[in-house]
Write a protein that binds this ligand. Structure first.
Ligand code: FES
Length: 69
């Protein structure tokens, strides 16, 4: 089974506690979910097109996005 999740955020979300800041991944690419691991840097130059990323963070443009059902 596979699942596609569309994410548009390019930076993490900061949660401030009394002692520290916790950075939550909002780009969907972190290998340490739900925490940011810095992988979002690769999406900084994304434009308005849609992309997928593999486990090595290799980017592929999605040209024919089709949702059925
Ligand atoms: S926001 Fe996803 S890795 Fe940083």
């Amino acid at each position: 089974m596979a699942r596609l999740v569309r994410k548009e955020d390019k930076i993490p979300f900061e949660i401030k506690t009394r002692e520290e800041s916790i950075w939550v991944c909002m780009c969907g690419l972190s290998n340490n979910q739900p925490y940011c691991d810095g992988s979002h840097k690769i999406v900084a130059d994304e434009d308005n097109r849609t992309y997928t990323y593999d486990k090595e963070l290799k980017r592929t443009e999605v040209r024919d996005w089709e949702i059925s059902g």
